[in-house]
Ligand binder design. Structure first.
Ligand SMILES: Nc1ncnc2c1ncn2[C@@H]1O[C@H](COP(=O)(O)OP(=O)(O)OP(=O)(O)O)[C@@H](O)[C@H]1O
Length: 230
């Protein structure tokens, strides 16, 4: 076994984060996730799911405690280094999908990869293969992102996140606008790609039916009490 494999994909120790305007607090005594694990997180609206994902993606930093992602101390790194880590190793799909509306579907996907220094024909082929697997018609690939439905945009966002074979994939309600068939295709592609690339997955959703795709499930309320998985 290599040294790299001994380091967890994610490790939180006594993390506390609060919003300055209203003092709302997220407390996570402990959370460890090994490489390649898939974790389903659920919790009531306002329980802090998005706040946790923002911390894990390095968009925000904890006020107290330690937050390690891919062996990097996100609690200590400055914003520029966290941005670099995110570009290189983390795929994110947030509720606001953050597609650039006037860029084509393909350009949206490839632009994100170029931030990680990845370009070329093989990458373009992987991008179109992902879009096909996700059921997004080829006639849409050159359309501006703004011309797509929300469900179609969600599939573009996940293709963008998977393209660079990230070590960690963070997804916040990524299937909320999909019908049952597209949602199942979406989950199959996401988890198969993650398994192929050894990607650790953290997936947040209200949709209880998606729970069946995951071996490990976590409720926000339990997480705050120090329970790691249930
Ligand atoms: N920028 C902010 N400033 C102040 N408080 C915030 C901010 N963002 C979120 N909060 C508060 O933090 C709490 C957790 O919010 P968060 O968005 O993480 O919850 P959530 O579980 O993702 O909710 P939902 O399922 O509705 O998306 C909420 O009570 C919310 O009001």
């Amino acid at each position: 076994m290599t040294t790299k494999l001994k380091i967890p994909a994610i490790e939180l120790k006594e993390v506390i984060f609060w919003y300055k305007p209203n003092g709302w607090q997220l407390q996570i005594p402990a959370l460890t996730l090994d490489h390649g694990q898939h974790l389903f997180i659920r919790g009531a609206s306002g329980s802090g799911k998005t706040t946790l994902l923002n911390l894990l993606a390095g968009i925000t930093q904890p006020n107290q405690g330690e937050l390690w992602v891919q062996g990097q101390p996100l609690h200590q790194l400055r914003a520029a280094k966290r941005d670099k880590l995110r570009a290189a190793q983390i795929g994110v799909v947030f509720q606001q999908l953050n597609l650039i509306p006037y860029l084509s579907v393909l350009d949206n996907i490839l632009l994100r990869a170029s931030f990680a220094g990845k370009t070329g024909t093989a990458l373009q082929q992987r991008a179109t293969a992902l879009l096909e697997a996700l059921g997004l018609a080829a006639s849409l690939w050159q359309q501006p992102a703004s011309a797509l439905s929300v469900g179609q945009q969600q599939r573009v966002a996940i293709a963008r996140a998977l393209l660079t074979e990230p070590a960690l994939l963070i997804a916040d309600e990524p299937t909320s606008a999909l019908d049952a068939d597209n949602r199942d295709a979406f989950m199959r592609v996401l988890l198969a790609e993650a398994d192929k690339c050894g990607t650790t997955v953290i997936f947040v959703s209200h949709d209880q039916q998606l729970k069946s795709y995951f071996k490990v499930e976590l409720q926000m309320a339990n997480l705050a009490q120090g329970v790691v998985a249930c």
